[in-house]
Ligand binder design. Structure first.
Ligand SMILES: Cc1ncc(COP(=O)(O)O)c(C=O)c1O
Length: 478
């Protein structure tokens, strides 16, 4: 038998109290409607302070899992409010030409309006910012590196950073050659280069649906066509859908969030990832894997990049530090043993390289261990925020509203009743200084008009809870 709550555990004591109550609920030591142990009684049994137990109970109360009854104590509530997750769409009949830029531009603008609560942006780092640590690191780098830190660096990236990144892939058993790795300006540039490497204007690119709107915009600006593969709330795309698409359309490339998707938050299992690579490579179709969220997993372990399953070299991995450390540094990378020379040529033509000082700083940040420590805390806080956001949506929105159950990342996907127009909700919410991301920007073919994405990647405050309440009120009046 182990201690239920222990100081050796890396979770806070109050979080262990929460875990203990949930475990007691799950193994039916206490049943819905029953009274929980008193604050004092449990504190004495666990040998922790009364405020620690109270903090745990209050958090559970906020999450809607227990309730406080005046002069009586805390009770486990009946969970008759289990929400359904958003539905998978029907498979697409044909590829579409994309026209989305104006609404996407409005969403970007809204995020930066002064005084607006930016629930429309996927910026998980804001939940646990690393700015102070990075500032210290950058000062150190500048005094050590002098003028070199402000000079042009090698076009394909700061060599030390490339070696570190390659080394980190060894954790998944992947032997990456630093020469096959190109540093880019964020994952967005990596995706842009990858797409231009393997496809041209007029080609059909298969994408998951709903899909991150940056990819929608990229396909539009490159004049390509998009073919949508329906995404479920738990797993990624279905391989049957992809097989059907390949049989019916001349698919030139496929872009998939091989780990955690945005906006759905679904998680593709290692087995499915392996099968996906096998299917695409058997048909000589390159896979562009968007791996930006894979380190922010809530699952037992991180997914192995699809790159690890490639036998023909047709997988191009795109990732960045934007979701785990510093989106403003704009440091991403791509790995492609097969297409590296074309990719370098495009990178050279586009931007000649990425910021020297930012790469150098990030390299020191990783080498010091601060990056991993920070990310560990970030993941924990995001998980807590996810539960809070799900609870807030359940509390304020009517029971027919569906919510995703993200397996990682920092956003929630909400499905309202069919017929609702979340572009109207987006504009009305802005009048209340709240930004959200309306559903249609996540589909090349204007689906998801009745859905929206909301971020929990922020420092949690009462204002967020109030914003969800306001959104629910606006929705009820639409
Ligand atoms: C799924 C996905 N891919 C790529 C990107 C682009 O990342 P970066 O900021 O590193 O360019 C984002 C950013 O929101 C994203 O959510």
């Amino acid at each position: 038998m182990s201690f239920a709550v222990t100081r050796d555990n890396e979770d806070f004591l109050y979080q262990q109290v929460i875990a203990l109550i949930r475990q007691m609920r799950d193994d039916q030591t206490i049943s819905p409607g029953e009274k929980l142990p008193s604050l004092r009684g449990l504190a004495s049994k666990l040998q922790v302070s009364v405020p620690t137990v109270k903090q745990g109970y209050e958090e559970l109360e906020r999450l809607g899992e227990i309730e406080a009854r005046p002069k009586s104590g805390y009770y486990l509530i009946h969970d008759n409010e289990q929400r359904a997750t958003p539905r998978r769409i029907r498979t697409a009949k044909k590829p579409v030409t994309v026209r989305k830029q104006s609404l996407i531009e409005q969403v970007y603008q809204a995020i930066h309006e002064p005084g607006v609560l930016p629930l429309g942006v996927a910026n998980p780092v804001a939940a646990y910012p690393s700015d102070k640590m990075l500032a210290r690191t950058m000062r150190r780098v500048m005094s050590k590196g002098g003028p070199k830190t402000i000079g042009y660096g090698p076009m394909d990236g700061y060599p030390q950073l490339k070696r570190q990144l390659a080394f980190r892939y060894l954790d998944f058993g992947l032997k990456v050659d630093p020469d096959d790795l190109l540093i880019t300006n964020g994952a967005q540039e990596a995706l842009a280069i990858a797409l231009q490497t393997v496809a041209k204007a007029g080609d059909i690119v298969a994408v998951e649906s709903p899909v991150y709107f940056g990819i929608v915009e990229l396909i539009e600006s490159l004049g390509m066509m998009a073919y949508e593969l329906p995404l479920g709330a738990d797993e990624g795309i279905l391989l049957d859908d992809l097989t059907q698409a390949i049989n019916q359309q001349p698919i030139k490339a496929c872009i998939v969030s091989t780990s955690i998707s945005n906006p759905m938050g679904s998680f593709m299992s290692d087995d499915n990832r392996k099968a996906l690579v096998k299917l695409l490579e058997a048909n000589n179709i390159p896979l562009i894997e968007d791996d930006v969220y894979s380190d922010l997993y809530f699952t037992e372990k991180r997914g192995i990049p699809a790159q690890g399953y490639s036998s023909k070299g047709l997988v191009i991995t795109c990732a960045s530090f934007s979701k785990t450390a510093a989106p403003g540094y704009r440091i991403g990378w791509m790995i492609t043993p097969k297409f590296i020379e074309q990719a370098k040529r495009i990178k050279r033509a586009l931007s000649c390289g990425s910021s020297t000082i930012n790469q150098w700083t990030m390299s020191e940040f990783v080498a010091s261990g601060d990056y991993d420590r920070n990310m560990h805390h970030l993941r924990r806080i995001l998980l807590q925020n996810r539960d809070r956001m799900v609870a807030a949506v359940k509390k304020y929105f009517s029971a027919d509203v569906r919510v995703s159950n993200p397996k990682g990342g920092g956003v929630l996907w909400v499905e309202l009743k069919p017929g609702t127009d979340t572009t109207v909700l987006f504009h009305k919410a802005l009048e209340h200084n709240i930004s959200i991301a309306p559903g249609t920007i996540f589909s090349p073919s204007n689906r998801y008009k009745h859905c929206f994405r909301i971020s929990y990647g922020l420092e949690w405050t009462e204002a967020i809870e109030r914003a969800v309440e306001t959104l629910a009120q606006l929705y009820s009046k639409l």
